[in-house]
Design a protein around this ligand. Sequence first.
Ligand code: TRP
Length: 342
Amino acid sequence: MSQRKRVFSGIQPTGEAHLGNYLGAFRRWAEMVNDYECFYCIVDLHAITRDYERPELLRRVFELTVSLMASGIDPERCTLFVQSHVAQHSELAWLFNVVTPVGDLQRMTQYKEKSAGLESVNAGLLNYPVLQAADILLYRADYVPVGDDQRQHLELSRDVARKWNARFGDVFPEPETLTGAGSRVLGLDGVAKMSKSIGNTLPIVADPEQMWSLVRTAVTDPARVRKNDPGNPNVCNVFALHEFVTDDEARADIEIRCQTATIGCVDCKRILSDNLSEHLAPVRERAAELTANPERVVEVLAAGAERARSEAEKTMSIVCERMGVGPDVLAASLREFAPKGP
Ligand code: TRP
């Protein structure tokens, strides 16, 4: 039965879940449970490598769990859990540190970006990709669905697997990146990828008024200054966003009316906002339900962590055996080094 390939993915609890997360990842994660054995992890231990406040962190972990479940990720059909609830992530990360060259970590683009200009850089920021390798390899995952920005971290995970295997014997498969399929969504500025750190996002749980107050600020075709100017839908991010929520016929109509200046940007945004709100209504409703039943969310995470732990233990027992650490290994090895008495 368990012939299915394994998928692992992680997401940081660092901000409100947005349309980019939903279209680029969540929707796809929800579907992947049909074809793969999936582990989805809220990586709080990664999130604390940057400045954070305790109450905010906890709230984000909770809200992200709600958003993932509300987006259709069924915790009965995958393992949904929080990284810090499974101690083996930290344990394996430590063990991986000893096969990871510091130089490789210092060369990581994301490390360079995130550490640039900081007065003091915490070691967690440098070791971030080692923990990520541990996340993935702890479950001996075959595939990791992530965006382009994680390509380098995945490469490092493969290096760690290779180096560890070379020294201690073949245990870890080299995980492959699963790209494509997820949609790349630009933010309200129409320039950068939708991202909480840029602040150009549309939250998936926004109510219709909030949605409109955000969508109305979206940047359109910059060459279209007055309503009578013909617009170019091909360079307009609002038009691009229509693709996700507006049917083909209505979109073709908007396209022509934009080109012939018979629909203004405000009306075009209004339709987008309404369609987004409608499309996301079930997500919003499920999220409200879950938020009203926080115990259920905690239960789901407890069950997820338990399942994850039982898989993690299997890997750790082999790793400990090969590396010569842990109580069982010592107990089993006593005979090997006892003095050979008469
Ligand atoms: N570094 C990833 C990001 O910022 C999050 C992450 C942590 C992750 N561990 C992972 C992604 C394991 C995939 C697999 O997006």
